[in-house]
Write a protein that binds this ligand. Structure first.
Ligand code: SF4
Length: 225
């Protein structure tokens, strides 16, 4: 067993403890005072600049910030969630609230940091009242996600929650029916798991999420099961 294996297993054990012990209490996340823009490659930065004033759907009217994505523009692992919430809309960065803190812990348990992965959402503007994005909004924003995936070219995408999975995989299937096998989006393998916000409400989903996280790590390491 290599040093990396040992370190990964220790981190993994810590996350499992965290997930199992996590009581689902909402806590206030510290958020940066100014909008954060992804430290993207030139191409990704150019693409962000091209679309950041987008008004292709009704969500443009209510946004404080366009929330493009954050992380390594050449990441091997990409997380795709549903849409910005209130914290994300205020800050301009995805996954900065309570669910974002849990996602950070999941990433760290995989032996990675937020800077080493890429994180974004299916839609880039906040739906009012944190409702699910509607089909026309997802359809309007989908080409942007597709282009982000092409530019980042990750080895694996983890779809966080049913809305992200449905948007990428063009399916109405329930999330539990999509877990446990690899799908594909823009030529990249996609693994489906629960959204961190759902784990805050449903602690019983932490253990299956943990199984998905372990699977994602093995996929990244090239382990064929
Ligand atoms: S959600 Fe997407 S398509 Fe709609 S306005 Fe925002 S960037 Fe444009």
């Amino acid at each position: 067993m290599t040093e990396l294996d040992v370190s990964w297993q220790r981190a993994a054990a810590r996350l499992l403890d965290d997930l199992v012990a996590f009581e689902g209490a909402c806590f206030v996340a510290p958020v940066p005072a100014t909008p954060v823009v992804a430290p993207a490659s030139d191409e990704l930065s150019r693409f962000r600049a091209e679309i950041c004033q987008c008004s292709r759907c009704a969500l443009a009217a209510g946004r404080q910030h366009f929330v493009f994505g954050t992380g390594d523009p050449r990441a091997r692992l990409m997380f795709v969630g549903e849409a910005p919430g209130a914290d994300e809309d205020r800050v301009g960065e995805p996954f900065v609230g309570a669910a974002g803190q849990l996602l950070t812990r999941i990433i760290e348990a995989m032996g990675l940091s937020r800077d080493q992965v890429y994180i974004c959402n299916v839609v880039k503007c906040r739906p009012p009242g944190n409702r699910e994005p509607q089909a026309d909004e997802v359809a309007a924003c989908a080409p942007y996600l597709q282009r982000q995936v092409e530019l980042v070219a990750p080895r694996l995408i983890v779809a966080l929650g049913r809305t992200a999975a449905a948007a990428m995989l063009q399916t109405d299937a329930a999330l539990h029916a999509l877990r446990g096998r690899l799908h594909s989006f823009a030529g990249v393998p996609v693994l489906v798991t629960y959204h961190p916000a759902a784990l805050l409400r449903h602690p019983e989903w932490k253990r299956p999420t943990w199984e998905d996280v372990k699977w994602a790590r093995r996929e990244l390491d090239g382990v064929v099961l």
